[in-house]
Write a protein that binds this ligand. Sequence first.
Ligand SMILES: Cc1cc2nc3c(=O)[nH]c(=O)nc-3n(C[C@H](O)[C@H](O)[C@H](O)COP(=O)(O)OP(=O)(O)OC[C@H]3O[C@@H](n4cnc5c(N)ncnc54)[C@H](O)[C@@H]3O)c2cc1C
Length: 396
Amino acid sequence: MKELRCDLHIVGGALTGLLTAYCVSSLGYKIVVTEREKITLHNKKPTTDTRTTAIAEGSKVFLESQGLWKSIKSFAEPIKNIKVFDSTANSNLDFKNPTTKSNLGYIVKNSKLISVLIKELKKKNNVDFITGSNLNSISYNNSRIISCSNNKKINSKLIIAADGKNSTVRKILRTNFFKKKYNEKALVINFFHEQPHNNIAYEIFLKTGPLAILPMQKERNRNQSTLIWSNKPDIVDKITSSSLDNNYLKEILNEQIYQLVGNVTYINSVQSFPLSAHINEKFYDNKTVYVGDAAHSIHPIAGQGWNLGLRDVKSITKLLKKTKEMKLEIGTKSFCKTYNDACYYDAYRLYEITDKLDWIFKKDQFYFKFLKKAGLNSINRNTVFKEKIVKFAMGI
Ligand SMILES: Cc1cc2nc3c(=O)[nH]c(=O)nc-3n(C[C@H](O)[C@H](O)[C@H](O)COP(=O)(O)OP(=O)(O)OC[C@H]3O[C@@H](n4cnc5c(N)ncnc54)[C@H](O)[C@@H]3O)c2cc1C
């Protein structure tokens, strides 16, 4: 089997792996990215994922600093206002951005994000992107780490594992992790509707789980939004089953979204995703660091999962830059631990916050309803606290 030598081997070529490769490539390292799926690199739709990502303002600033935002901007729909309803406590919250210069966030299709990243990476001559390559073993040789997949042997100084929540690298290296199972699935539906969304994002807390309606860019001059509804797996499976009539699905949506964007006129896509959350015991192992969902995955209740992964990318890029400037070795224990210390607390905090939010909003016993109503009302009256929540959501 042919052996490829490089400085960095990035395992996983989705949102986090591709972004890592792009950001780090400007530092001059020789990089190999391997991706299990067979992606056709010149395909305009490189993924079947129909989800969108809510990019927080703070993440947008980082993407801007890397010269990427100019290519993403034309696909991004701004969020200017967030409205939160709690159907069990019958109360609501309204978040606006305290400054008019920026937005609360941006909604971008995952397929667009991936194609922008692939297009930009193809321009880099120090990055090799190998698809259809499923990593299945790891060994060490002196100061190098060697991975084997079905079709390649890659010899590098450091593996950056970006291979998602069921990370193969984590399994092989036996890095421990903590996991929460939610017994929920997220239903993701992109749809056209009658009224303009006015760049408002809605988060509705239903007894069954949170339902978000997020503003998307118009398509063929038609108003478009995406709905993310966490619900019991059997209900989601019924909705996604091909036997369900489209008109019936439109009726279900119209009932759930209270005409917030007018009637649903057309269903563009329906997909579902099982929900779970995890956090690795540490974000490194021997000559390996974990980024994105390979390190942590969280409940999508606040749309922060990839934003958190992007902060890992920011940390590893900064550390690799500093290591290069100081002419130090990459992949040493101290290197990996420094990366871990920069990211772990931030991820742990969000892992816990999103988990507790989901738990509390599902409670509908009398005393919980009372507490939630009192809590939401006092937040709504307290502009300073509201501003703090907005800044937290914006990642600034
Ligand atoms: C319903 C839903 C909505 C969400 N909405 C938002 C949002 O609005 N905002 C936000 O910030 N986040 C959101 N998230 C979270 C976000 O989608 C994830 O955090 C993000 O997609 C993780 O990207 P990743 O590249 O780290 O992992 P993945 O997308 O899982 O990619 C891992 C890649 O590694 C590859 N791979 C796996 N094993 C191997 C192997 N052995 N060898 C080679 N390659 C391998 C896989 O094929 C895959 O391409 C949402 C999540 C869900 C479920």
